[in-house]
Design a protein around this ligand. Structure first.
Ligand SMILES: [Zn+2]
Ligand SMILES: [Zn+2]
Length: 136
């Protein structure tokens, strides 16, 4: 059997760490204002995995349940990095913050969504689908 790729995502202080096994299902970038505020960056990158691919999780975490009831975010209570999240409506997927891998071999986003909130500074690649609002 072929060895599965292992990746580690961690918060800024290193306390909260996830180990993900295998390739992500999808990588997506999002310019919405919620992602901007959550990350402090001008857009967010979400790396989607199946929950079973998270084979280890270490460190304390706190949660933030978004007021629209759609998503629960898990963040480090010490440094505040939001590391991963789970949509309330789907049990078969989790999102991990792309930046928390700090790994340039991570697959590139395959789409950019909510570009109606895109800062002019952020230039999406020309070869991926762009959605002014959410994906279809
Ligand atoms: Zn931390
Ligand atoms: Zn977003």
């Amino acid at each position: 059997m072929q060895d599965l790729k292992m990746r580690e995502a961690s918060c800024a202080c290193g306390d909260l760490r996830l180990t993900l096994q295998g390739e992500p299902e999808m990588v997506s970038s999002c310019c919405c204002t919620r992602c901007q505020r959550r990350t402090g960056g001008l857009f967010g990158v979400t790396v989607y995995f199946r929950p079973a691919q998270m084979i280890a999780r270490a460190g304390a975490e706190a949660t933030f349940h978004r007021s629209d009831g759609s998503t629960t975010f898990h963040f480090c209570p010490r440094c505040g990095s939001s590391v991963w999240w789970a949509p309330d409506a789907a049990e078969d997927v989790i999102g991990v913050a792309g930046g928390c891998f700090a790994d340039t071999t991570l697959p590139s986003p395959r789409r950019m969504v909510w570009t109606e909130h895109r800062h002019p500074f952020v230039r999406p690649p020309e070869d991926i689908p762009i959605y002014e609002q959410g994906p279809d």
